[in-house]
Ligand binder design. Sequence first.
Ligand code: CTP
Length: 400
Amino acid sequence: MARPQVVLGVSGGIAAYKACELLRRLTESGHDVRVVPTDSALHFVGEATWSALSGNPVSTRVWDDVHQVPHVRIGQGAELVVVAPATADVLARAAHGLAGDLLTNTLLTARCPVVFAPAMHTEMWEHPATQENVATLRRRGCVVVEPAVGRLTGADTGKGRLPEPAEIHEVCRRVLARGVLPPDLRGRHVVISAGGTREPLDPVRYLGNRSSGKQGYALARTAVARGARVTLVAANTALPDPAGADVVTAGTAEQLREAVLKAAADADAVVMAAAVADFRPAAYAPGKIKKRDGEDPAPVALVRNPDILAELSASRPRPGQLVVGFAAETDDVLANGRAKLARKGCDLLVVNEVGERKAFGSEENEAVILAADGSETSVPYGPKEALADRVWDLVVTRLT
Ligand code: CTP
């Protein structure tokens, strides 16, 4: 079988060096990649690098190999075009249908999904011209990933950084697998908690759990892809920020509660995917607890943490807000799930069985989504993103 053909367009920004890693990820995941750099991109990374990393000749000009009509062929044959980094200039040219070089010709002839990963200074990103160009491209069905916030070319920081190559690769993988989804969460604000809280015992120890945060991050990525404004409250995760999500960090259950309630004030839906510690040590020892010869360790007294999901469900900070919980169970999974749904008062409860090799830290998950109206949706074993999409499907039908 022919390998899927991806066109990687690179425009002239310092982040062009990061596109080398994206290229590597695309080829390692089995894609045949044609790199189309603009002339200015070649000031940052040379043709030899693109050619060696892609294993393909690199086309830069419409006048190369004219007999093969590259300005039409490359776009026509593509299954995905991804432009990373996409400068303000390339977004403008794409939005206006200009075709002055090989990359913009390719964009005009491509009939496959197109992903832009912009990178530029904050002022350029925020300029109404750029914002209108982005809106035009999105209206036409292109995926324009929100830039990340952080260090820019010089000492300055702000919005405009190219998202991590791993994240752009995720977006590409998803678009290749599912196409560009209708943005059915556009205009919605969703809040997702992810990871696991840690409750400190002394300066070096804590009570924690084994949640990796992968399911919550999959929920964030899929919600961004479906057009939502996403606030991700991340507790002790070691995962790259999902492109386009606002990430807030929290350590303990108390901090998570504060961050979730603050973000929930204007949210259409809140999904509590985080594993929140039910108990915390009653006292925090400001110095490291030492063992003493001949003495048994002192028992650790615990107190209850607030139940954030139950509190949200009861208070609904915004009228009509939808609240979704997760339940990790080891026994009597469904019976415990139904009882928990009623006890917590949420609208949907995603129930999964946990055990040695199930759910925690893995890339896959299976679950039953219980709804307060009595319906049950089984989601077969598969990627955490597929489960995330089923959750959003159910949220969307309930929000509209
Ligand atoms: N949760 C929460 N606050 C807590 C504990 C849990 O908001 N203090 C949320 C979790 O984010 C999850 C849901 O409640 O969405 C269920 O978590 P789970 O640990 O399965 O349930 P518990 O309430 O802890 O019930 P039990 O320990 O009795 O199974």
